[in-house]
Design a protein around this ligand. Sequence first.
Ligand code: HEM
Length: 455
Amino acid sequence: MKPHDPKPSGPEASAQPPVPRGLPLLGNLLDWVRDPFAASTRWAEEHGDIVEMRTPGPSAYLLFEPTLVRELLVTRAGAFRKSALTRGMSCVIGDSVVTRSGQAWVARRRLLAPALRKAGLRRYTSVIVDHAHAYAQRWASGRAFDLHAQMLDFMFDVLMDVLTSAPLGPARAQLRRGFDVFWDDFGSYEFMLLSMLFDGEPYRRITTRRRRRQLELIANFDRVIGELAAQARAAPDQSLLSDLVRSWDGQDQLGEQQLREDVTTLILAAQETTAMGLTMALDLLMRHRDVVDRLAAELDAVLGDRAPDIDDLPNLPLLEAVVHESLRLIPPIWGVAREALEPTQIGNLRVAAGTQVVASAWVIQRSTRWWGPDALDFRPERWLDQGQRTRFAWFPFGAGPHLCIGMRFALIEMSLALACWVRRLRFVALGPSPALTSVVTTRPTHPVQVRATAC
Ligand code: HEM
């Protein structure tokens, strides 16, 4: 058996999942905190399709097999709600579409969905392309910069201009700083432990410096988004906020507070994930010149001298393959987590109410079992082969009713931005592939230093 090749388990799989060897009291927490990616990959190799990860708080079942992913996220979705960790985010973003499940979630999802339908996304093309060109121009000076930090800036700029056409003034920088702080908090193990142990409650009550800072930022978001929503009502336009306000105002039950929560949520959910997707796509491309050359040739053949447009995307199969392949190798969300609402079953495993269950995109998307002996290679061409692919072996956007609502937006944005950058610049990595860490999302542990020159 090759590395990263989880042990197959057949119908005789145990009703009690194996528990990887850990420490007294801490269980497997230390291994996880040190390197969640290496730990989960090793556990899959050693123990098979499901393991129980023990921590001082609740334990979690980790799933490493696609049919189990389907059960968790699709066929048995009704028996689960969002995980304790995800629900813990409600201390900051409120009870939004990301943290909710069941009926309360259905209403919120319905309100957001129309604004993110494919047809509506066309109007954002020029925002994405104009910002991509502006960033390319800035980078072309040849000075070294932190790629991940720039991708977060790029995403923020795009999202703000998609959200509103009103000038933001100083509020822009305040919001930007606020989202950074939130992500730093969500990325902390303090947040993870408090959410997992106590369902986020202490976070609401504690008055540490960090929490006070969060409350100030939340108050500021409320104010800014409230003002922007008022402007969108007074002078509706093509912006995302105008769409959202229109949906909200047709509802009796949902007020301004819910609008604030869902707008904050959308920006949070979109910025960090897509920025990470772009960072890793560029990092992989920098290390695969042959792919860059083929991609540049495809772009030249289809686009000639003009800028890419949303209608070009179906004619750029290699570009799509690059995006899919990088999201396969480095999924910005390493696993999709749920909590059982009632006693249920996954595979042959009995799952008690309250159990946390996580489908590991990291392990499954990199396994030789579903991706062949070159599973760990960056080979976009695998997406151009006609061969049958295993369903649910690629799920960077989740699956089932909670499938990422911004999936199309993210794919379009990543594709258009990469198309602009690959045509104009050659990036050079100034260090090895970034080391990664993860609590809610996957992130580089250090700045990703690169240099770009015009081509
Ligand atoms: C590469 C970029 C992205 C990745 C990898 C990603 C990944 C995911 C995943 C895995 C989920 C499922 C979570 C679960 O089932 O618990 C999700 C949900 C969600 N995503 Fe994304 N996402 C991305 C971009 C975006 C964008 C651009 C937006 C908004 C414009 C967005 C908004 C959301 C929202 C609101 C949910 C919650 C959906 C629900 O529970 O109904 N995401 N995303």
